[in-house]
Design a protein around this ligand. Structure first.
Ligand SMILES: [Zn+2]
Length: 93
């Protein structure tokens, strides 16, 4: 148990050996209670983040499939699209 007044490790003693003030055990248990209450919230955040990541991945895969499963790099894909549009112009002429 650490003293809340000077931060000294008082061990199991109820009184701080450094400053002589009583170690407040109630605050410690209140802290652990707060931590226990925060854990479910953290879990929810992790679950929300995981769901968001899955949705994002699904969107990326969906976009990739809608583009004809093109696995080219974005720059290469743009270049390929430009090539296609240029060919279309040549065909029109
Ligand atoms: Zn102390």
């Amino acid at each position: 148990m650490y003293c809340q007044h000077c931060g000294t490790d008082a061990g199991d003693s109820a009184i701080c050996p450094e400053c002589g003030k009583p170690i407040l055990i109630q605050n410690e248990s209140a802290e652990t209670a707060q931590q226990a209450a925060q854990k479910p919230k953290r879990k929810n955040i992790i679950i929300i983040a995981a769901v968001a990541a899955v949705i994002l991945i699904a969107l990326v895969i969906g976009i990739g499939l809608s583009k004809g499963g093109n696995k080219l790099d974005p720059d290469q894909a743009v270049a390929a699209e430009k090539e296609q549009s240029e060919r279309n112009r040549e065909n029109r002429l």
